[in-house]
Design a protein around this ligand. Structure first.
Ligand code: GSH
Length: 226
């Protein structure tokens, strides 16, 4: 697997660089964009879920939970979970302005990211991996269709959140915004009428104008934003 040998079997980070493991089209897009927004160097390592590269012994040594994203911090510790990675990126690059200064405002960003991770993301998982929820194959289609309708409700909720705001958290762009973009892209690929969500579509269009977003979508050759 490309590049992984450089870090295989060990988490020690000799070069002290930030290393992001991502898979194009997955939720790692959020962390990938946020790193790009900082303007600081980092090493993106493509870890294709479609080729089970997240299940190799090398990757499992980095993240035994077999999920992307994972970020290796300069001291070699591994951060998993988008919410934590995005918080780390924002807090370690204060000049990039990806987090508000006020602690309560920061906490509200974390709250929003936690909801992304535990609600729409879980509906997406249920659509694609119903076997993670129940063994009985006869009801997998029921789970899939309920997952799609619940996902759509979450998309409507996000649309409502930004009815009177420029960005998800208000007037300023934060790491919460690239996380929201993940769900817009998945909604499109799932055939949902995302374009009917006026506010979320405006947000998506604003995101697509940002240099960092364009660079990452191109680097990933991201399937959801063609
Ligand atoms: N709660 C984790 C979820 C990470 C996650 O589920 N990533 C997916 C890609 S979107 C993955 O790696 N899936 C592989 C699998 O479940 O086997 C987070 O928010 O970072």
């Amino acid at each position: 697997m490309t590049d992984l040998s450089a870090v295989s079997g060990r988490i020690a980070n000799r070069t002290g660089e930030l290393i992001l493991f991502y898979s194009p089209g997955s939720c790692s897009l959020a962390s990938h964009i946020a790193l790009e927004e900082t303007g600081k160097p980092f090493r993106p390592v493509k870890t294709l879920l479609s080729e089970n590269q997240h299940l190799t012994p090398e990757y499992l040594a980095i993240n035994p939970r077999a999920k992307v994203p994972a970020l290796i911090a300069p001291d070699g510790r591994v951060i998993t979970e988008n919410t934590a990675i995005l918080t780390f990126i924002a807090l370690t690059s204060p000049d990039a302005g990806l987090f508000p200064a006020d602690i309560l405002d920061q906490t509200l960003c974390i709250s929003q990211m936690a909801w992304f991770s535990n609600t729409p993301h879980i509906f997406q998982r249920a659509k694609f991996r119903p076997y993670r929820f129940v063994d009985r194959k006869e009801i997998h289609d029921d789970i899939r269709s309920k997952a799609v309708s619940s996902y759509w409700e979450s998309m409507q909720e996000i649309d409502g959140l930004i009815a009177d705001k420029q960005w998800i958290m208000g007037d300023r762009y934060t790491v919460v915004d690239p996380y929201a973009l993940v769900f817009y892209g998945w909604g499109r690929s799932n055939g949902l009428p995302m374009e009917t969500l006026e506010n979320f579509t405006r947000h998506h269009n604003q995101m697509r104008e940002r240099a960092a977003v364009r660079a990452v979508l191109e680097r990933e050759d991201n399937p959801h934003f063609k």
